[in-house]
Design a protein around this ligand. Structure first.
Ligand code: NAD
Length: 360
């Protein structure tokens, strides 16, 4: 039996109270869904800066009223000490996801990013001591590897940050380590690589590549790659990120309690585009012939990013699922269904089978 399966059984046997910050966002909403399914009590904190009420309603509808009754939502800002204190009441474990998360936006708005990502995190660390929190698991990022040129990123070797966003995540790691030593706050940092899955926001100028391309292909619009398409990323399913968080909520703590969370495999943008195009084609006939347009690389972007997951395997018992094509096709199905559910007009040429399956 895998470590994750064992951890799920343990949680069911001894439920705990979790605080999920950023609960209305992409990753936070998946943590909420899994925790409620595992019969845990969850407090969620969010100010809807980038998250949405729709994400919360989708989760609560999916898990049903009994599980939903174990959820308390606090609308508020992690920068407000009184809001954090209220949200932490009776909580044992914090899964901290709230942050502003876009590299290009952080170059335009560094002060806002510092205030949310660093001041907000400090607030939680300060509140955690008086609230008697047993463990804070916090979202860091592969962005901390910056200009390190190693083909595979290992936790003990980072470069210089290339964006204010990366700097905020690195500062968070430094503060978490400092508070472990100075205040006895137990924490584990998770450096997520490129996470994808249902409920990731496809809209706006800062959307991540997978939801953006999926929706553009479904709408028969042009997809754009920054650079020549040979840049590569480690695309990690959101289910694996949930797994890493739950394992980290109880794993033994060490002074090097920062772990990569990725799939451990490299995919170029060109390969990704092919996978998405093939997956969208059954839903949108025109996608089969779609081609990428190549625009100049953006400031702050890195060329290659691949996680070594050896440390997470050993320290957490983390074992990612290894089927990118399947996970992408599930994500495509969610976007297709979302587009049909929303008031937005169905794109021309969308396959009739999908219409009848998803319109209720
Ligand atoms: P997201 O934008 O969907 O979620 C972030 C959530 O935090 C949103 O619901 C937002 O409203 C909330 N939030 C922002 N500022 C807040 C504040 N001041 N007070 C309360 N809530 C606030 O992003 P996500 O992709 O779910 O990312 C979650 C975490 O994972 C972030 O810390 C991000 O930096 C990190 N991360 C994500 C990825 C990825 O690929 N998605 C990769 C690396 C790291």
């Amino acid at each position: 039996m895998g470590h994750y399966h064992e951890e799920c059984l343990r949680l069911r046997a001894e439920p705990r109270r979790f605080l999920v910050t950023g609960v209305a966002g992409f990753i936070g909403s998946h943590l909420l869904e899994t925790l409620l399914r595992l019969e845990q009590n969850v407090v969620g904190l969010d100010n809807f800066a980038t998250g949405s009420r729709e994400n919360l309603s989708e989760v609560l509808d999916k898990v049903g009223p009994k599980a939903a009754s174990r959820f308390r939502f606090v609308k508020g800002d992690i920068r407000e000490p009184s809001v954090c204190r209220d949200a932490m009441t009776g909580v044992q474990v914090i899964l901290h996801q709230a942050a502003l998360a876009s590299v290009p936006r952080s170059i335009e708005e560094p002060m806002t990013f510092h205030s949310v990502n660093v001041d907000g995190f400090l607030n939680l660390l300060l509140g955690a001591r008086s609230a008697g929190i047993q463990r804070i698991v916090y979202a860091s990022s592969s962005a901390v590897y910056g200009d390190d040129l190693s083909s595979e990123k290992t936790e003990d070797r980072i470069g210089r940050p290339l964006s204010p966003y990366a700097a905020t995540k690195l500062i968070d790691e430094i503060y978490a380590g400092t508070f472990r030593r100075s205040h006895g706050i137990s924490s584990v940092g998770l450096r997520y690589f490129n996470v994808f899955g249902p409920r990731q926001d496809p809209t706006g100028p800062y959307a991540a590549v997978i939801p953006r391309w999926i929706e553009q292909l479904l709408c028969n619009e042009q997809c754009v790659a920054f650079g020549d398409g040979t840049a590569s990323r480690d695309f990690c399913s959101v289910d694996d990120v949930v797994q890493a968080n739950l394992l980290a909520s109880r794993a033994p703590e060490h002074d090097d309690s920062v772990f990569n969370v990725g799939s451990g495999t490299r995919t170029t943008l060109l390969e990704l585009f092919e996978l998405i195009r093939d997956g969208v084609a059954p839903h949108q006939l025109s996608a089969g012939n779609a081609a990428l347009r190549f625009d100049p690389p953006r400031a702050g972007d890195i060329q290659h990013s691949l996680a070594s997951i050896a440390h997470a395997r050993e320290g957490l018992g983390y074992e990612p699922s290894a089927d990118l094509a399947l996970e992408i096709s599930e994500t495509i199905a969610w976007h297709a269904s979302r587009m049909l559910r929303s008031s937005r007009a169905a794109p021309q040429g969308i396959a009739p089978t999908l219409r009848s399956e998803h319109v209720t």
